[in-house]
Design a protein around this ligand. Sequence first.
Ligand SMILES: *[C@@H]1O[C@H](CO)[C@@H](O)[C@H](O)[C@H]1NC(C)=O
Length: 341
Amino acid sequence: MNFGGTLRINKFACFTLGFILFLIIYWRSGGVSYPSDKNDLINIKSLLIAAIHAAERGGKKVIEGKNHELNIKSKGKTQEGANDPVTDADYASHCAMYYSLKHTFPKLNIISEEHSKDDSSCLNQELIDIESVPTEHKTIEYMNDEHVFVKDVTVWIDPLDATQEYTEGLYQYVTTMVCVAINGVPIVGVIHYPFPTRTYWGWYTKKASSNIPAIQHNEENKEHPRVVISRSHPGKVADIAKEAFGPKTVVTQAAGAGDKVMGVVNGSFDVYLHATAIKKWDLCAGNAIIKAVDGKMTTIKGADIDYSPNGNVKVADGILVSRFDHDYYLSKLPKTLTGPT
Ligand SMILES: *[C@@H]1O[C@H](CO)[C@@H](O)[C@H](O)[C@H]1NC(C)=O
């Protein structure tokens, strides 16, 4: 008999078991350096569904607002000297979008163009049912869940893009937008049009909404690109575009960054060019959607835009959006766009 051997094995087994137990307990308790918050997860698919509902709730407020006194105020002037208006509809849409998302996902970091006025009816927003996928967007039901850390997510919302045109009755440019950025990268974008009501979305690396057409790449478009620019601050952009892309360039003015990006997404335009400063809530949703259809949005220096929560909300370098031939258009542009900075 060999008692010594058995004893040695038992001692070793006991020690190992104890050590494993210690590891399990340490891991379950979250360790010392990880407060439980940091491990909270969120499902991107649920966020996409919620973003669609939130954008559509905002859109309802925008439609309602049109039938009331608009109560137009000015937030001041843009750098180009254009009026920067805000209406009660901007606030009503902000309330609906911001607080319905916040109530549904309390730990979510949300950045909105507007801030709520002190108004309890604003805070009282119904929870969003993330199980209910609108019938036009049934394809989402067949997509996989994908969980990420809540701490890595920033949601950017624009409760009413193209407010100036809204006050002028040019409703076709008006959109509400929600964007989900993960570690500063735009991943999910939702652009909703209230007039007439329709919603487009894109989930980068996965899918775009079925109402977005497939577009054939046409190499010849580079010879006579259709370029969309801002109608409210055209600056010298039309001249810059013609100088860069050639005399056959066709320049069209439109309003709202959301609508202009959608014009590129649906193939009406080859390029969206913006020369002056612009805010990230105007860009994020369109950025995610253009990426979802394999297009690109960059500054005119070719840099990606960072949608992390703590950076500057303004992009000052100018914006280039295209579905095809992005590097070609970039190479034709001057390194800096002159004009007000
Ligand atoms: C494409 O988008 C533009 C908005 O930029 C819109 O005017 C046009 O009607 C859209 N076309 C289609 C076919 O959806």
